[in-house]
Design a protein around this ligand. Structure first.
Ligand SMILES: Nc1nc2c(c(=O)[nH]1)N[C@H]1C(S)=C(S)[C@@H](COP(=O)(O)OP(=O)(O)OC[C@H]3O[C@@H](n4cnc5c(=O)[nH]c(N)nc54)[C@H](O)[C@@H]3O)O[C@H]1N2
Ligand SMILES: Nc1nc2c(c(=O)[nH]1)N[C@H]1C(S)=C(S)[C@@H](COP(=O)(O)OP(=O)(O)OC[C@H]3O[C@@H](n4cnc5c(=O)[nH]c(N)nc54)[C@H](O)[C@@H]3O)O[C@H]1N2
Ligand code: SF4
Ligand SMILES: [Mo]
Length: 895
């Protein structure tokens, strides 16, 4: 028996920007225990399902454990020597802009600081960009236009204290679940609080909204311009604030004159009544917070969307006040830290600007740097274009998976394939990006590494190691510093531990600052190792002489901005339609985003069985009328394509989707599915100011993939080569589940069953064919133990998937061949509650038979929703829907 380790190390969740505190412990045999940290201000002990399942992501299977050069194991010395030599030679021959770093908002601040220092201060190029370009760049640019600095003025408490909370382009229920739960609790305590959700499709977040505005994709600027016009017209203005603390109001308001409610309704596809209700609510509610995320940022008008929102807050003086302000929520655990540290190609460290000569001088002086970059580097999309056309000849990719996450992803793949020198630092051996690396470096994963991250409300928290790193995994900052030393910069990169880096960084934030820059944590400079290790979560600014930091918890209520005249700036934001309007050949708009239980390219969450039960395969949400017109039924396979690429995914027919739009999740890669990398479809169109790509609006063609057969399998081994045009794999306890479909039948079904179930072993396979339904079943066994089940049919397989996953090793052969439990036992159905493993059928039964009419009643009857609470919005929806469908195909229930 394993001895349970005490969950005693205080650390921070490595997933979303909510930044929850986690208590973690590891026993000697690697067993990891996880709990929410009750003392952390972000979550007060709560965790969502991804955080709660962190303990399941520590298996060594798939980890990258040793450095490799051209696929052969090498020592750290050899690899760091090679990288330094290749970077130095390339710079010598082609200049500093011929090399690049592409890093990540999942970096720790210390990693980021070293990467940025090396590239911008010592190599002397701006060519370091980060996946935050795909995530936060429009918010950064919008903040800088309005505030003169990249500042999030408010705090999480303000979401709870608002009388009106507007969520736009944010699926908070699934993407910031603990923050969402705080909001839900606040609304339960104060039912008068109103919530408006602005999103082209209905999501789990819509369940909490008093008003759902399913606007036409890309129409946000029209909606908020109309709001500004309305506020000006009805006189809902904080005239004294506007007059004393802002500039540009007349121009901004003038630019909105065309946006009458009628015009807004036409452009957004909303009814005039919906528009008026929203405007009226805003006008009469002083305590308003507007939360925005990727539906705003990831757009060719992303920066204008941000400023159109901020304009309305400036006009009403609702900024930086308790319960009032614009609030950009960050995606990755250290998206905010990366912005502070200057990880973007057009920034310097500590909120200093590349285009400000004085700031460049400060940086040069502080770092004693030989060559501070004097112009911005290439932004992510352009950076990969430059790799593709040979301008960049050596690139080091760290903590991100661009072959899956950048637009025009197939072009990114071929750019890397042609690049003379590609280094990838990752925690996993096999990703779609590591496949193209000449040099691989094993990074320490969460729980093994030490440093700091900053969450959406500017709170800096420690990530602390609580287990020994496996193999030769090393921290990313250490690898970067190792290369810097070998490139001849030993003095500037002699840090031995992360606390030394942090202390240097904190000192830099105060260097020649004197209140001129918002980001100042000089109060934390000079922390010794013990103090750094004991650092409590703290919100910036933390200035040296600060007695009372709570006084500075919010920015801008006092009207002092970081623009040259210290006024907040209104920005005129004329509406621009998205670029890739649907064309005759490509009549659908593809929207993309996240699901509740997976994280990005699934390299970590994809290893946890608990997190694969909610949704186990790639899907495409499509409106019922569009599906009908295409001859598509629930659970068919859809082919989504355009001139750049294509994907195959399961049809999720739902009226939560708009007509003419489809939505696909970003998570599935070649590691988990036959063909589901959505970014292969996305055009590399970017916002002209931020360079952030339009990831939510691509023109595509959608058609039925005419599968001749469908299959579902569970097996204890992961099959190697799957001879099916469509497949998707997900881990289950003790094995794998596999969805399958093909355009034509394999020549020999039994041989096919062997290839899926046998994994090279010599097994007994029992076969059963039902002539009436055309269904075939295979049960594989070895020494009397069941090792796998395969069910095939001419249409989508209606097996009891969750029962099969849980029971296939124990159940009797007759039930297995039938694909469902025998006798009276009910199949629990697709899992909704991951904490207590409660399925949709069980919840539906409780609602119908036991007349549970509230989430609490369902919880009492079934336990569902009483754990982490991530599934509560879905339970609420099931209560609203009478006659719950229990179709069993992977994702056939609307999610
Ligand atoms: N479970 C989970 N949580 C995550 C992540 C994850 O991978 N999984 N990733 C984290 C990261 S890095 C990020 S950046 C955040 C992202 O968090 P969110 O931004 O909340 O998530 P998305 O699903 O990308 O997009 C949000 C919504 O924008 C809507 N949208 C699309 N087009 C428009 C439009 O034109 N206007 C408006 N108003 N809305 C539109 C989409 O329909 C979608 O529902 O999530 C973080 N949290
Ligand atoms: N179409 C479309 N595309 C999108 C988005 C969208 O909404 N739609 N969202 C965009 C956004 S907001 C984001 S943030 C990106 C995310 O996209 P990516 O950053 O590409 O996704 P991840 O899967 O998080 O990649 C992180 C990689 O780092 C590895 N890793 C984990 N920990 C460490 C570590 O400590 N060190 C190192 N060196 N490696 C580590 C992981 O194994 C993984 O391979 O996707 C973007 N792409
Ligand atoms: S909400 Fe969930 S994923 Fe986000 S930080 Fe908290 S526990 Fe982690
Ligand atoms: Mo993100």
């Amino acid at each position: 028996m394993t001895r349970k380790a005490p969950a005693s190390v205080r650390t921070t969740c490595p997933y979303c920007g909510t930044g929850c505190g986690v208590l973690a412990g590891a026993s000697r045999d690697g067993d990891v225990v996880i709990a929410g940290d009750p003392a952390h201000a972000a979550n007060s002990g709560r965790l969502c399902v991804k955080g709660a399942a962190l303990g399941e992501t520590f298996g060594l299977e798939g980890r990258l454990l040793y450095p490799e050069i051209h696929g052969a194991r090498a020592s750290w010395d050899q690899t760091l020597d090679l990288i330094a030599a290749r970077f130095s030679q390339t710079i010598e021959t082609y200049g500093p802009d011929s090399v690049a770093l592409y890093v990540s908002g999942q970096f720790l601040t210390e990693d980021y600081y070293i990467a940025n220092k090396l590239m911008k201060g010592f190599i002397g190029s701006g060519n370091i960009d980060t996946n935050s370009r795909l995530c936060m760049a429009s918010s950064v640019a919008g903040h800088k236009r309005a505030f003169g600095s990249d500042t999030v003025p408010n705090t999480y408490e303000d979401l709870e204290n608002a009388d009106l909370l507007i969520l736009t382009g944010s699926n908070l229920a699934w993407c910031h679940p603990v923050l969402y739960q705080r909001v839900a609790a606040a609304k339960a305590a104060r039912p008068d609080m109103k919530i408006v959700n602005i999103d082209p499709r209905r999501t789990a977040t819509s369940e909490i909204a008093d008003l759902q505005l399913s606007l036409a994709p890309g129409a946000d600027v029209a909606l908020f311009n109309g709001l500004l016009r309305y506020l000006a017209h009805v006189g809902s203005i904080d005239a004294s604030y506007v007059q004393r603390h802002t500039s540009g109001v007349a121009e901004a308001v003038a630019a909105t004159h065309v946006w009458t409610e009628e015009a807004v309704a036409r452009q957004t596809g909303l009814s005039i009544d919906e528009v008026s209700r929203f405007y009226d609510l805003f006008a009469r509610t002083p305590k308003t917070v507007t939360v925005y995320s990727q539906g705003v940022n990831q757009s060719s008008a992303g920066v204008d969307k941000v400023n159109a929102i901020i304009n309305c807050h400036l006009l009403t003086g609702r900024i930086g006040k308790p319960g009032a302000g614009p609030f950009s929520v960050t995606g990755q655990p250290n998206a905010m830290g990366g912005r502070e540290v200057g990880g973007l190609a057009n920034q310097l460290a500590c909120h200093m600007d590349l285009d400000n000569p004085l700031h460049r001088q400060h940086v040069q002086e502080f770092w004693k740097a030989p060559a501070v970059a004097d112009r911005p580097g290439l932004k992510a999309v352009d950076l990969f274009h430059a790799i593709g056309d040979g301008r960049i000849k050596a690139v080091w990719i760290m903590g991100t998976n661009p072959v899956d996450s950048l637009p025009d992803a197939d072009a990114v793949r071929s750019a890397l394939a042609d690049c003379p020198f590609v280094v990838v630092s990752d925690v996993m051996r096999a990703t779609d990006t590591t496949a193209l690396a000449h040099v691989l470096l094993p990074a320490r994963a969460w729980g093994e590494k030490d440093g700091t991250v900053t969450n959406s409300e500017r709170r800096i928290s420690r990530q602390r190691a609580f287990r020994t790193a496996p193999g030769q995994a090393m921290p990313d900052w250490w690898a970067l510093a190792g290369v810097a030393q070998r490139m001849g910069f030993a003095d500037a990169f002699n840090h031995k531990e992360p606390d030394e880096i942090f202390s240097e960084y904190a000192a830099m934030s105060g260097f020649k600052n004197a209140g001129s820059r918002d980001f100042d944590i000089s109060g934390l400079a000079g922390l010794d190792r013990a103090a750094y290790n004991a650092l409590e979560p703290v919100q910036w600014p933390v200035v040296k002489s600060s007695e009372d930091t709570s006084a500075q918890k919010r920015f801008f209520a006092d009207g002092r901005f970081y623009t040259p005249d210290q006024r907040g700036r209104f920005i005129a934001t004329p509406y621009r339609a998205p670029d890739a309007s649907a064309t005759t050949g490509h009549p659908f708009i593809l929207n993309t985003g996240r699901i509740r239980d997976q994280w990005h390219t699934m390299t970590r969450t994809g290893t946890a069985p608990r997190l694969s039960q909610h949704i186990a395969e790639p899907f495409v949400e499509i409106h019922p009328l569009d599906a009908k017109a295409l001859g598509v039924s629930a659970a068919d396979i859809l082919n989504v394509e355009n001139q750049r690429g294509g994907i195959l995914a399961r049809a999720l027919v739902t009226n939560r989707q708009r007509r003419g739009s489809v939505f696909a999740p970003i998570h599935w890669t070649d590691q988990f599915a036959s063909n589901a990398r959505v970014d292969a479809l996305v055009a590399p169109v970017v916002d002209p100011l931020s360079g952030q790509p339009e990831l939510k609006y691509s023109a595509v063609k959608v058609s039925l993939w005419p599968a001749a057969w469908f299959g579902f399998a569970v097996a204890i081994r992961r099959p190697k080569n799957i001879g099916a045009g469509y497949w998707a794999l997900a881990p289950i306890a003790g094995g794998w589940r596999i969805e399958l479909a093909g355009l034509s039948a394999p020549r020999n079904w039994l041989a096919f069953a062997h290839s899926i179930l046998a994994g090279g072993d010599d097994l007994d396979i029992a076969e059963f064919c039902d002539a009436a339904t055309g269904q075939r079943s295979y049960v594989a066994s070895k020494d009397g133990e069941t090792t796998g089940v395969l069910i095939l049919g001419p249409g989508p397989v209606e097996a009891a998937r969750d029962w099969l996953c849980a029971q296939f090793r124990k159940a009797d052969r007759i039930s297995l061949l039938a694909g469902r439990p025998g006798g009276e036992r009910r199949n629990p159905g697709r899992q909704i509650c991951a904490c207590f493993n409660v399925g949709v059928v069980t919840i539906g039964d409780a609602i119908a038979a036991e007349r549970c009419q509230t989430v609490e009643a369902v919880g009492r009857a079934t336990q569902a929703g009483t754990g982490c609470g991530s599934c509560i919005p879905e339970i609420a929806r099931l209560i609203l829907q009478t006659g719950v469908s229990t179709h069993h195909a992977g994702v056939s229930l609307a999610s």
